[in-house]
Design a protein around this ligand. Structure first.
Ligand SMILES: Cc1cc2nc3c(=O)[nH]c(=O)nc-3n(C[C@H](O)[C@H](O)[C@H](O)COP(=O)(O)OP(=O)(O)OC[C@H]3O[C@@H](n4cnc5c(N)ncnc54)[C@H](O)[C@@H]3O)c2cc1C
Ligand code: SF4
Length: 328
């Protein structure tokens, strides 16, 4: 690992100023992704600015019934919180489907959103990769394709976003709060991630030095009937081939509310808005679930090695909606 300096600033504004002013500086939270990438020399920051003690580790109930989650809350603390388990079970299940107990104790909410892709060519500095080194090409297109994206990819990058938590957050319409050099702002999780067509080296719309301080979950009665399902190559310690976060309300046999997001299929958590529109007001039948999933996946562009993801995503959506209907 290359030598680096370490700083523990006293407040948020000095952390933001330091990272904004120094291109070789990086925020450090739990370090479970960043330090891995430093060991492989995929990332080589010269200065780590520790922010874990600066951002809140509290989960607060908001006046309207939503929750505000500090960016420093660990993945395990969030998954175990009684309010999350009862009112947003999809989020607790998504967190528990990720990594290991020990890693989730260190990993933070802020770091989880910003973890980098697990594309093997991104993590191998001997291979061309537009995300790691712009303009060098994409080794994945003609390489190992099993984990690649089928929705929203570009010629320059076909990688997927690895976070389980972010898929649940996308389905729940969560909003990320930040402090950056230009002040504070709020960003819908569904607008946090950039398209790989616009330069795959930048994953998100965040500016250099912009710190995630918290994330808010709006009050959502339908979220109490929600679930997360992750399909992967082995039962634990593996990233999603396909995952589905869903919440459903059925009245008199028809869908009155639905939230649907997919993981493992795109460069970002994929909010399945087309499928949601196709379902709303329709009878909650298997045929309609299938038609909605197919409408969402109509734009899919698969490669030979990841074409299985399209029927897998469709079937997982159908099975999940069937389960939620039976439970309702
Ligand atoms: C073996 C292994 C298995 C895993 N399996 C899964 C899995 O199945 N599913 C899954 O979702 N994840 C999985 N993970 C990834 C894990 O969830 C992430 O590593 C973790 O969530 C990152 O959080 P962190 O606090 O450690 O971030 P760090 O590693 O400290 O930081 C990650 C990035 O976020 C930036 N950052 C951190 N905090 C902030 C902030 N507040 N504001 C702005 N920028 C910030 C850092 O600069 C860095 O770029 C796995 C990881 C490992 C090592
Ligand atoms: S898919 Fe993206 S991350 Fe993977 S090698 Fe290609 S450019 Fe790099």
């Amino acid at each position: 690992m290359k030598p680096f300096a370490y700083e523990r600033p006293v407040d948020v504004s000095s952390a933001v100023t330091t990272v904004a002013g120094r291109p070789e500086a990086s925020f450090l939270a739990g370090g479970t992704n960043l330090v891995d990438l430093m060991k492989m020399e995929v990332l080589t920051p010269e200065l780590l600015v520790d922010v874990r003690h600066l951002v809140s580790r509290r989960i607060e109930t908001l006046p309207g019934g939503g929750l505000r989650i500090g960016a420093g809350v660990s993945n395990n603390e969030l998954a175990a919180d009684r309010r999350i388990r009862r009112r947003y079970p999809v989020l607790s299940q998504a967190l528990l489907a990720g990594a290991s107990y020990q890693l989730r104790n260190l990993a933070t909410v802020g770091g989880n959103f910003l973890q980098r892709t697990r594309c093997p060519y991104f993590r191998d500095v001997t291979m061309p990769c537009n995300k790691r080194e712009p303009g060098t090409g994409c080794a994945a297109r003609d390489g190992h394709q099993r984990d690649l994206a089928v929705l929203g990819a570009s010629d320059s990058c076909v990688a997927t976003h690895p976070s389980d938590m972010a898929v649940a957050m996308a389905a729940l319409d969560a909003v990320v709060h930040t402090v950056g050099p230009a002040g504070e702002r709020s960003i819908q999780v569904n607008e946090l991630y950039r398209s790989p067509a616009d330069g795959p080296e930048r994953d998100t719309v965040l500016e250099r030095g912009e710190l995630i301080t918290a994330v808010e979950l709006p009050a959502s009665p339908v979220a109490a009937t929600s679930r997360y399902r992750k399909v992967r190559d082995r039962a634990s310690y593996a990233f999603a081939l396909v995952s589905v976060a869903a919440a459903l309300e059925v009245r008199d046999g028809s869908v009155t509310e639905v939230r649907l997001a997919l993981g493992g299929v795109a460069h970002k958590p994929w909010r399945a808005a087309t499928a949601e529109r196709a379902l709303l007001g329709r009878p909650a039948t298997e045929a309609n679930f299938r038609a909605a999933a197919e409408a969402e996946l109509a734009a899919a562009q698969a490669l030979a090695g990841n074409a299985f993801k399209v029927p897998l995503a469709r079937n997982t959506v159908v099975s999940m909606l069937r389960t939620l209907t039976e439970e309702a």
